[in-house]
Design a protein around this ligand. Structure first.
Ligand code: ASC
Length: 150
């Protein structure tokens, strides 16, 4: 106990301080985290897209698995856009932090569409996947146009 008490205290202090930074030690860690989340998301969205566009034969199981991952990943990046994470190796535009309500609306829209895509893919119906895929893509693009540097 004598040895562990200071460690427990340090962990408690670390987790209680700077709530805005959530679990990120440094702004760069948050930037890395959100980019990693987008990378995984884009990979799985691309797999669904390849089937939606007919470039790859439709495999309902692969589509459903990837769409479910897109839905899961759609929940992750946003907490990593906290204060101080507008600098460094990022294409995020300042508007994210000056238009938080509008930005959040775009995030919510995207998450809703990602959830619909996952539901559509679970039905195994390619036409439903195509429609839902298009809506997700539009919601990606809306935020990229407004909030991401070229
Ligand atoms: C993708 C991908 C994006 C979106 C976007 C849609 O496959 O990686 O960022 O679609 O291009 O407009």
């Amino acid at each position: 106990m004598k040895i562990l008490a200071p460690l427990a205290m340090a962990i408690a202090i670390t987790s209680l301080s700077a709530p805005a930074m959530a679990q990120f030690q440094k702004p760069e860690d948050a930037v890395k985290y959100r980019k990693a989340a987008f990378t995984v998301m884009a990979s799985h969205f691309g797999r669904v897209g390849a089937m939606a566009s007919g470039r790859v034969p439709f495999d309902p199981k692969v589509a459903a698995d990837s769409a479910a991952l897109v839905e899961t990943m759609s929940k992750l990046p946003w907490e990593a856009f906290g204060p101080g994470t507008d600098k460094g190796d990022t294409r995020a535009l300042p508007a994210i932090w000056t238009e938080q309500a509008k930005w959040k609306e775009g995030v919510d829209k995207f998450q809703a569409e990602a959830t619909k895509l996952s539901a559509a893919a679970k039905t195994g119906n390619l036409d439903a996947v195509k429609t839902a895929f298009g809506a997700v893509g539009q919601s990606c693009k809306a935020c990229h146009d407004a909030y991401r540097k070229e």
